[in-house]
Ligand binder design. Sequence first.
Ligand code: URA
Length: 427
Amino acid sequence: MNPYVLLAKKRQGSELTEDEIREVARGAATGSWSEAQLGAFLMAVAIQGLSRRETAVLTEEMRVSGELWYLRDAFPGVVDKHSTGGVGDTVSLALGPLLACCGIPTVMLTGRSLGHTGGTADKLESIPSLDLALTRERTLSLLESVGLAVGIATEGIAPADRTLYRLRDQTATVSSIPLVIGSILSKKLAVGPAAIAFDVKTGSGAVFADPKESRELAQRLVDTSQDMGCPATALLTDMSQPLGSWVGHLVEVRGALEILENEGEPRLRRVTLALAEEAAAARPELGLSAVDFEAALADGRARQRFDEWAIAQGADASWIAAPDLQEAGFETVLEASRDGCLRAIDTQYLGQRMTELWRGAEGIDVRVGLRQEISLGSSVPQGTALARVFTARELSAEEKQALAGSFSVGETCPAPELIQARLSPSS
Ligand code: URA
């Protein structure tokens, strides 16, 4: 097949045949297409888009470019949850043990920090000795023993995505919705869950902040997943402020443990419980539609399962018995500059500033963090503490001003809806 002809066809906006789409994905996996040709394909897709059928074929071919784990053959009820990424989004850390202790085997392949959003893998690695390297055998053994496996996608899974992801980063095509779908789902479906619950973020801290785009992403994720034989639903959830009260690494582990101890930030708890319901509803044949997740939080089962899981994945047992969750030593208070109410947070900007503070020459300082004290819509007399920032050194006046600039105090402040929509596959 001639790449030149295929590229010209997509550039002009025509739909490609199955064989043509497969040719590109194979070209990425085997190196038979040059990086110039792949880059041109990515740009043509970013401009012209891909149809539902093209997206499913591309995703499938990327999926089969590497290892296939077929986890659902061994664990027919195994579910996965995926968040499109946000600030202070520590749902995965609480949700995994909650599902596992309620009899829903759960696997999550997590990622590193991306842009202004923190990565679940980086947050988990603030737990001493926790080992996120998974193989199929280790995943099966974890599912057998504690009902939960959390890791990072290995080299062997969807290698076509690694090539395409690197080239998307170089060609300003990272934000193309069909390419995002191919990237996320090829890895998820290579592992082989029986169902997926998506948490698609919308608002100022989301990767797709625009409500129309985030909704389209959510709908197309569940449609493509369904087209590929994996039932899925998505919640569209607000990211116009950090989800939990904490933003950082070790402090977000703390935020998740608070939820598992039946306390913590109400918004984080609500999204965690809503996704637990989605995961249960996606597997009706398990008869789990009446699982009482609130009871599992209240009676300590979920918290206990976190400990069992963490130790099974190599965490230092003495740390787990008495976790050291202390934040960094210098505290800076960001205050309301006038009377009013908290109208908006530029969550993307806030996430970027925090990323600069925790990223150092020796890697991530896991004790750096921010605690949001006031939620959007609350009234704030001048001088009210909006947030506290914890760093290893004193912040300069400019750094403090930049962080404070993320918060806008105004006169009218409608609080955003936390769970904005639930999407199931369209026919
Ligand atoms: N996560 C992925 O794996 N790929 C994307 O493109 C975006 C998020």
